[in-house]
Design a protein around this ligand. Structure first.
Ligand code: FES
Length: 80
């Protein structure tokens, strides 16, 4: 059986926190708790990714989401 859980890295550095990273994390957790997506994603909080000007930053697989929102990240999760 193929392991299909996607890794989503959410920056938790100070600039991204100010940019709403905590809220973004909570929103994403809520959105991926829906039955269709439950158990398909693993969220990992990271330290600063050195891209603070584009906060909040999230990496989905090999895609970098800059100045992102929960909806944009969710769309990327579904795409990848
Ligand atoms: S704080 Fe997120 S990239 Fe620096």
């Amino acid at each position: 059986m193929k392991h299909t859980r996607k890794l989503v890295f959410i920056c938790n550095g100070s600039d991204c926190k100010q940019g709403g990273a905590k809220k973004l994390y909570k929103e994403l957790k809520g959105l991926t708790d829906e039955p269709a997506l439950k158990g398909t994603c693993k969220f990992i909080k990271t330290k600063c990714m050195d891209m603070c000007k584009t906060a909040p930053n999230v990496i989905v697989g090999d895609h970098f989401c800059k100045k992102t929102t929960a909806d944009k990240v969710l769309a990327q999760i579904k795409k990848s």
